[in-house]
Design a protein around this ligand. Structure first.
Ligand code: AMP
Length: 545
């Protein structure tokens, strides 16, 4: 039909061009491993991206090629976020904390031609080098972290590569449906699966990150992604920040606790994002020492459930809002966000908190439904629990080069998330569990998430995990693992945990006293979530004599 709008592609180079044009002087700050900070502007970023594009061309990178990163959060990683897709190539962000076996699998599956690697983590790749036949070169980025035990053999230095490249690059024409990014799920069973993001999906997802009822990124923010840039594109923040011209503060190598507090204070950060553990540990630190975090208004929490304690503690003690969101590698990741609807503004505080503790309502662009055991639609009454299914322009439609792993994609165009949830009448999604994390005692379900939340309500508890322990009579029973704060004012005893739980759970759901374990730490996955696979394995083993 004539008279329509322009067919203007939604492509990643537009994001950078806008930032350099309108916000050339805004800052991009990176913290290195030795604690020093690097500062540059969006104008600098554009110049370096041009050089990097020319350098990549010089190394023979063609549209469609995969270029990988094994890197923490810093400006060089951001440069790669723009240069690689701007050439029509695909940026594969690798979670280098995966096992050697998984790394070998994903690098070979992706057929990465180049790997840009932080010096401090290059030792991992040196150990694997001979098993990665498609990789032609390793480009080392000096992140001023600890020296690696060894470097891969065929390396180049990132800064030398840039210095040798000319400063104005040609941008090839791009179509919005071209692949731009690749991320592998951290797979709980079987091999990791690749999720391929397009320019269009990345662009639209970044816009959702800027919507007031979405991520609300704006030029006025000073944003700190504590979530790694290898974990679902740091939840799209590098793109939504650049799109709006927000100041970006990159924390470098897995910074937690004191250095994170110092960075938030020094750079007057206004919003930050990451998994709950980071903020639980930070809170502990903030209680011990005073920092001026008066600028920090919001912490976006996702990846695992935000606990009531986390939300209450930050609000009460520091006036900081914990904003709960849900997503997955397959959903780019933003799926839902728990902002308070106007209808709840006049409700009692407890009712408001209850809503904000849910994972939220789907953001614009994402549709959701609940599936029953036979695949039937379940009602949104806050009671029925089913598998959450979603669809939208930034939800995967299949896995990359993996037709066998298609069971999650339904014939009528939905993605089955594997997350069990209810949806209430206002549209708030509440996750009750991963399908495999639910505890099934004599055929009846117990939600590990609800129980974890309850345990975390004890002031002496730092972290808690609830997993199934196999049992001959009941099939499975709930086992609780607790890390205490070691606070003499708040000692924790097993009986107190049981008393706490008995206020919220039916008798049959309660763990046995001997199923409450006090541990020094909980095992974490490469992206900082509690690794329930390891805990289940541990509990399934008969006790040693
Ligand atoms: P990943 O693909 O590694 O980011 O993991 C995605 C999974 O993390 C989801 O399917 C959920 O099981 C879990 N997850 C993400 N966000 C939340 C949240 N806000 N609350 C509970 N679980 C979450």
């Amino acid at each position: 039909m004539n008279g329509l709008m322009m067919d203007w592609p939604l492509v990643i180079p537009q994001i950078l061009r806008r930032a350099a044009q309108f916000f050339p002087e805004k800052a991009i700050v990176s913290r290195w491993g030795d604690g020093t900070r690097h500062r540059m502007t969006y104008a600098d970023l554009e110049g370096r991206v041009h050089r990097l594009m020319n350098a990549l061309r010089g190394l023979g990178i063609q549209p469609g090629d995969r270029v990988a990163t094994c890197a923490w959060n810093h400006h060089r990683h951001l440069e790669l976020y723009f240069a690689v897709p701007s050439l029509g190539a695909v940026l594969h962000t690798i979670n280098f904390r995966l096992s050697h076996e998984q790394l070998r699998y994903i690098i070979n599956h992706a057929q990465d031609r180049l790997i840009f690697v932080d010096r401090s983590v290059a030792g991992t790749l040196a150990a694997l080098e001979t098993d990665l036949p498609a990789v032609e070169k390793f480009i080392v980025m000096d992140d001023r972290g600890p020296e690696p035990a060894a470097l891969p053999r065929s390396t180049m230095d990132y800064e030398e590569l840039l210095a040798g490249a000319s400063e104005r690059a040609e941008f090839p024409p791009l179509r919005e449906e071209m692949a731009a990014g690749l991320c592998y799920t951290s797979a709980t069973t079987g091999d990791p699966k690749g999720v391929l993001y397009s320019h269009r999906s990345t662009f639209l997802h970044a816009m959702a990150g800027c919507m007031v009822d979405g991520g609300a990124m704006s030029e006025r923010e000073v944003a700190l992604p504590a979530v790694p840039m290898f974990h679902v594109n740091a939840w799209g923040m590098p793109y939504s920040c650049t799109m709006t011209g927000a100041t970006q503060v990159f924390p470098g190598s897995g910074v937690i606790g004191q250095p994170l507090a110092e960075l938030l204070e020094a750079e007057r950060v206004t919003c930050a994002a990451g998994v709950p553990t980071i903020w639980t540990l930070l809170y502990q630190h903030l209680k011990e020492k005073r920092y001026d975090l008066s600028r920090l208004h919001t912490i976006l929490v996702g990846g695992s459930a935000a606990s009531r304690a986390l939300m209450e503690n930050y609000a009460r003690d520091f006036g900081i809002r914990v904003l709960h969101a849900w997503g997955m590698t397959e959903t780019s990741p933003i799926g839902t966000m728990s902002r308070l609807k106007r209808a709840l503004e006049d409700s009692p505080e407890e009712r408001q908190l209850e809503a904000r503790l849910k994972q939220g309502i789907p953001v614009v662009g994402v549709e959701a439904k609940l599936l029953g055991e036979q695949g039937e639609d379940l009602p949104w009454d806050g009671e029925h629990v089913g598998e959450l299914a979603v669809r939208g322009p930034w939800i995967a439609s299949s896995y990359y080069n993996n037709p066998q792993a298609g069971a999650a994609f339904t014939a009528d165009g939905w993605f089955r998330t594997g997350d069990m949830a209810s949806i209430d009448r206002l549209g708030y999604v509440k996750l009750t569990d991963r399908k495999k994390d639910l505890i099934k005692r004599k055929g009846e379900w117990i939600s590990s998430v609800d129980m974890e939340n309850a345990v975390q309500g004890h002031p002496g508890v730092l972290e808690a995990a609830v997993v199934a322990r196999p049992d001959e009579v009941c099939d499975e029973v709930a086992a609780v693992l607790v890390v205490t704060r070691d606070d003499p004012n708040h000692p924790v005893a097993a009986q107190e945990i049981l008393d706490l739980l008995s206020r919220k759970f039916a008798k049959w759901q309660l763990p046995l006293p001997e199923d409450i374990h006090f541990v020094a730490a909980l095992p974490k996955t490469g992206v900082g979530k509690i690794d329930k696979k390891v805990l289940r394995k541990m509990l399934a083993q008969p006790p040693a004599n």
